[in-house]
Design a protein around this ligand. Sequence first.
Ligand SMILES: C[S@@+](CC[C@H](N)C(=O)[O-])C[C@H]1O[C@@H](n2cnc3c(N)ncnc32)[C@H](O)[C@@H]1O
Length: 232
Amino acid sequence: MGKVMQRRLVRKLELETFLSHIDSHPFPKPNLEQYTIPTDVAATMLHMAAYTYDDVIDKTILDLGCGTGRLALGAAFLGARHVVGIDVDRDATKVAFENSVKTGLKEKVQWITGDIDALQGSFDTVLQNPPFGIQKRRADRKFVRKALESAKVIYSLHRHPERDRILLKKLKTQRAHIPLVTPSPFLEKFVEDHRGKIRAVHSMIMTVPHMFSFHCKKRHEFIVDLFVIEKK
Ligand SMILES: C[S@@+](CC[C@H](N)C(=O)[O-])C[C@H]1O[C@@H](n2cnc3c(N)ncnc32)[C@H](O)[C@@H]1O
């Protein structure tokens, strides 16, 4: 274990192909906002964390609300030293374990079924795609707080605060470009109140298929902000 470090640069397309083999949640529960992170968003997030900021390779990684393990297994694939994924839903961690067996990464990732509040330990990096708070307002805040307690650097996905048509158009026309945006002042304050500092916020398009009754379109497309946060 820990010796399987990737010494070569993994191309984003190869990473995306790897992530496409990680099965999604078979029957997602709306109250837990259990949609699986799309492969393109996960690949951008992981690639940036690994190669722009050097926060994955040979690091210890925590995936809070890991679902079926896309971010955790992507980090292991890129060469993380050890990865822990935690999710409150047993069905999710069962599929995550099966995904780790299928991809040959079983030894590198430990899965925990439980609430993130129960977790103890310190890690180099948190990678997380928390519930956006659509079902339960501000559900993402508890994840940011726990992440800041647990790691030095945090990569956290959040819904962009408003419907920004100009930004959406820009993201659609320049797919490969990941622009920097200004953080939401509410989340920025929350991060600072919990001894964090925002390093950067990058915007991306997220497209999820129709899954829940509150989705009215076939595909749901919106802007997400990837917060890169460090502990002060
Ligand atoms: C938006 S999904 C993301 C799943 C996965 N990280 C991904 O990106 O594919 C959020 C996940 O957080 C989990 N979750 C919600 N509340 C939780 C809690 N209090 N403790 C642990 N996991 C939780 C849900 O079960 C769900 O799997």
